[in-house]
Design a protein around this ligand. Structure first.
Ligand SMILES: NC(=O)c1ccc[n+]([C@@H]2O[C@H](COP(=O)([O-])OP(=O)(O)OC[C@H]3O[C@@H](n4cnc5c(N)ncnc54)[C@H](OP(=O)(O)O)[C@@H]3O)[C@@H](O)[C@H]2O)c1
Length: 254
């Protein structure tokens, strides 16, 4: 029952966009969607831990955020990090294994690096966070639009994303009442595209804006807003939430 005067519910499960008093850990918080999520969670009151590999001296540190250096593929380091943090309410894993490539340009070790980086990295974070997640907490993974619209040269990252989406649904069932969801973005203007020259990146942005139904390229803040929604809405689990601007529905920049 909801008290109509105060908006509060007997079961305490309010779908309000606030994280006051909640602890949020973001793996991949040093850049892109993760960094935007760190800022957004802090701005709605969370106590935020931002984890990534790069040294503290190389980070643009968000005020009021605890920064930790850790590689999500290092099981021992991830276990130690969650032991040192203690209880938490929400885990977000954006960490990326890097750029994919064409099948014939890769050997098995390179192909496996995507499963290790994206899939097992996400798994490892969930594995060691789950026992410390407070009741009604959540896990949010990040995949990509190529799961439904594969792009040339992205077979392994696409496969790793698909595996993460399978893990999302399976863990939503296994870990309930904890909630487990994934965000599926398409082109989002972050450091992820830093390997392109300035001119190439501008051209890519322009082509995305011309072809995507929303006529714009995604911003990391779009994803961050979705992450806050997934953390705060008590009824959403096992969901893959798209932030593709409709890019997966049309012919695009492949
Ligand atoms: N941007 C896009 O257009 C787009 C589209 C579809 C899907 N995605 C997916 O969305 C996710 C987030 O992308 P983004 O654009 O935010 O990328 P980004 O700006 O490159 O950020 C990636 C983050 O992951 C961290 N990271 C990478 N490997 C890590 C590891 N082993 N352990 C811990 N942290 C690690 C990086 O920090 P450190 O360098 O400090 O480790 C960085 O903070 C990625 O999985 C990407 O594949 C992106």
């Amino acid at each position: 029952m909801t008290d109509l005067k105060t908006g509060t519910r007997e079961d305490g499960l309010e779908a309000r966009l606030t994280l006051t008093g909640r602890r949020v850990v973001v793996f991949g918080g040093t850049s892109g969607m993760g960094a935007a999520t760190v800022r957004a969670a802090r701005d709605v009151g969370a106590d935020v831990v931002s984890a990534g590999r790069r040294p503290l001296s190389e980070r643009r540190q968000a005020e009021g955020v605890r920064e930790m250096v850790v590689d999500s593929t290092d099981e021992e380091a991830v276990r130690t990090l969650f032991e040192s943090i203690g209880e938490l309410d929400h885990l977000v894993v954006t960490a990326s294994p890097g750029q994919s490539g064409r099948l014939l340009d890769q050997d098995l070790a390179q192909a496996r690096s995507f499963m290790d980086g994206k899939f097992f990295g996400s798994w490892t974070c969930a594995r060691y966070a789950a026992p410390r997640l407070r009741a009604r907490g959540s896990i949010t993974f990040v995949t990509g639009g190529s799961v439904v619209r594969p792009r040339i040269g992205a077979s392994m990252i696409t496969s790793a994303f698909a595996a993460v989406e399978g893990l999302t649904r399976a863990l939503a069932v296994e870990l309930g009442p904890l909630r487990v969801n994934a965000i599926r973005p398409s082109y989002t203007d972050t450091e992820f595209w830093g390997f392109l020259s300035g001119e190439e990146r501008e051209d890519f942005r322009r082509r995305v804006a011309e072809t995507a139904p929303v006529r714009r390229a995604g911003a990391p803040e779009d994803v961050a807003q979705g992450a806050i929604f997934l953390m705060t809405n008590p009824q959403v689990t096992g969901t893959i939430l798209e932030f593709t601007g409709g890019d997966t529905l049309v012919d695009n920049v492949n």
